[in-house]
Design a protein around this ligand. Structure first.
Ligand code: APR
Length: 312
């Protein structure tokens, strides 16, 4: 039997995530939105591409305006993108309260019908929304994961590959912390064909890449004028879904609930984890210098402020 993935929120991030999962034949996809029509239309359009692409995965789209989530029952993974995107000049944190209400309603509904699912949260502000989903769901911490690190690392890798004129496949970037302006791109642990970045790129250029990575989301928002990034976010989500459905035991940077790891307790923060069929199967702890640890603590502090506002 094919696996089943529900994508909640059929906007730009949700529909492209659903499309990537469907097109790769990873799972049958249910796309949901409070809007009536668009999710069904997008899913039908996706389904009609299957004969051309040669995928047997099914795609359906439903509206959940009436609160009916039946179609999503027994999903293996639920990707949550529902919410409001960032507008130019708006910080991720401005979205906090509006999106919390959305996450709460969505999570309460989906977990009833898919009690064994793994939740991947994409809605911003990411770390706080993941924490909200964790608390509302009552799921074990291994089954609630925030998508941010894969995206932030991909952005950094893109800039490194361009700077050095090498294949993106050679670059492994390492970004820790919350998905905010004080995320922690770690040059020391980022490599090109196994060579640490500081040996290949000057300090100034590295600093510029780190700054651009931190502001990567805003750069796209400012260019798009309306809405925020979706190609790279959806690719990142699909990589996480694949790692879970194929039980790949893949090490990826994700936002997970820390209980003392990295000296942080009771908070979702981005760290390297092993993703497999059981969700987060291991949190990988690496040694940090005092500066790096201070930067991680600062980033975690920003997440803590948000979760305190929400009381989650
Ligand atoms: N249930 C289901 N869908 C909802 C709900 C809800 N309660 N509330 C809003 N939505 C839907 C909207 O109708 C919209 O179609 O969520 C969708 C969001 O889509 P977009 O506005 O296109 O936003 P998108 O670019 O996809 O970003 C979604 O991901 O990266 C983050 O910051 C981004 O938080 C934002 C999220």
């Amino acid at each position: 039997m094919r696996k089943k993935v529900t994508v909640v929120g059929g906007g730009f991030v949700g529909s492209t995530t659903a499309q990537r999962i469907h097109d790769a034949g990873l799972a049958d996809v249910v796309l949901t939105d409070i809007l009536d029509g668009p999710p069904a239309g997008k899913a039908l359009d996706m389904a009609e591409s299957a004969p051309i692409l040669g995928t047997d995965a099914h795609a359906v789209g439903i509206t959940t305006a009436s609160g009916d989530y039946k179609e999503t029952a027994n999903s293996d993974v639920v990707v949550i993108t529902a919410g409001f995107p960032r507008k130019p000049g708006m910080s991720r944190d401005d979205l906090l309260k509006a999106n919390y209400d959305v996450i709460k309603a969505v999570v309460e509904a989906v977990v009833k019908l898919s009690p064994n699912a793994i939740l991947i949260v994409i809605t911003n502000p990411l770390d706080a929304m993941a924490q909200a989903a964790f608390k509302v769901s009552g799921f074990p911490k291994s089954r609630v994961i925030g998508m941010a690190g894969v995206l932030d690392s991909a952005r950094m890798s893109t800039f490194v590959a361009a700077e050095l004129n090498v294949s993106v496949e050679n670059v492994h970037s390492f970004v820790l912390g919350g998905h905010g302006d004080d995320m922690v791109p770690l040059a020391r642990y980022s490599t090109v064909a196994g060579i640490p970045l500081p040996e290949l790129i000057s300090k100034e250029k590295l600093e510029a890449i780190i700054t651009r990575t931190r502001k990567g989301g805003a750069e796209i928002v400012n260019l798009l004028k309306t809405g925020s990034a979706y190609y790279a976010p959806s690719a990142a989500a699909a990589e996480m879904v694949e790692a879970i459905l194929k039980d790949k035991k893949k090490i990826l940077p994700c936002a997970v609930y820390l209980e003392g790891e990295y000296g942080i307790k009771g908070l979702f923060v981005g760290v390297p984890v092993k993703l497999g069929a059981r969700g987060v199967e291991q949190i990988i702890e690496i040694k940090l210098t005092p500066d790096e640890k201070a930067a991680l603590d600062k980033s975690a502090g920003s997440v803590r402020e948000l979760v305190n506002v929400l009381g989650v």
